[in-house]
Write a protein that binds this ligand. Structure first.
Ligand code: PAF
Length: 281
């Protein structure tokens, strides 16, 4: 596997692949790779000839009180895992390569970035939009793959790629879960043993609420019940539990079988867990 750290070198590598008519898939990550990331890599290998995985802990998507400095970083282990999975290129720029002195551009994607994580983490999606746009312009992939665990992020990225006419297909990959249902996340390492035992309640609660919604239950009261359930299970607070339109993320006050997604973010000790589920009729 080739490890590339500069934009110039990445562009040269991509130009050679293009000259060879290779289809390129990009898998952007912040490292601390786990099986969830590897499922994105496998999907990328299925749809393209060459896979580029990026590892970059992007400072612009973290708020001042968030975990940028303590976000898990394990480059050597990550690169070994990518090599084991036959990834051709790991793109690992440092902060000064991505944000050169004098950098002054900001981005804001309206609509889908409102509410949910956008309300709780002001500026987060601006930073995500900025770095993903830069990565798409730097690597010029045919396809870019993002996990559905960050469902709102996926919708923000689809929106920006479409609005900015970036010639790339944005694909979502299904959420990978532990046996007990907890969605895989690099941040799960923050959970204490006790919190880890409580954490699977998040998915159980999503499943129960989704089943009740599809059975025709009243949306507002079911969402309220689900929040109470999480608080009694041991979550310290619930940022949101909401039913949204699957494509526009507009709030759904009624459910009549339309494509919808139930999304949750809840806090457990120092850890903030997010998850979501598709409503199927
Ligand atoms: O989901 C992530 O890991 C990050 O938000 C992303 C898309 C790599 C941008 O930094």
């Amino acid at each position: 596997m080739r490890v590339i750290r500069t934009i110039t070198e990445l562009r040269q590598a991509v130009a050679l692949l293009r000259a060879d008519a290779k289809k390129i898939a990009l898998v952007p990550t912040m490292g601390a790779l786990h099986d969830g990331h590897m499922s994105l890599v496998k999907m990328a290998q299925h749809v393209a000839d060459c896979v580029i995985v990026t590892i970059f802990v992007n400072p612009t998507q973290f708020g001042p009180a968030e975990d940028f400095s303590k976000y898990p970083r394990q480059e050597i282990a990550d690169l070994a895992l990518l090599t084991e999975h036959n990834v051709q290129i790991a793109y690992v720029p440092d902060v000064t390569e991505m944000y050169q002195p004098g950098f002054a551009t900001t981005m804001q994607v309206g609509g889908v970035s409102g509410g949910l994580c956008g309300a709780v983490r002001p500026g987060h999606f601006d930073g995500v939009a900025l770095v993903v746009t830069k990565l798409l312009l730097q690597a010029a992939p045919d396809i870019a793959i993002f996990g559905e665990k960050d469902y709102q992020q996926l919708m923000v990225i689809k929106r920006l790629a479409s609005d900015l006419d970036i010639p790339v297909e944005i694909m979502g990959a299904p959420i990978l879960r532990e046996k007990d249902g907890l969605a895989l996340s690099s941040r799960n390492v923050y959970l204490t043993d006790k919190e880890r035992r409580i954490a699977p309640e998040l998915y159980k609660c999503l499943q129960q609420c989704a089943a009740a919604l599809t059975a025709g239950g009243e949306v507002t009261s079911l969402l309220e019940n689900a929040i109470s359930h999480l608080l009694s299970a041991g979550f310290s607070s619930v940022d949101y539990m909401e039913l949204r339109d699957a494509a526009t993320l507009a709030p759904c006050t009624h459910y009549k079988g339309q494509p919808a997604r139930l999304l949750v973010a809840a806090r457990l000790g120092s850890c903030r867990l997010i998850d979501n589920i598709e409503l199927t009729t």
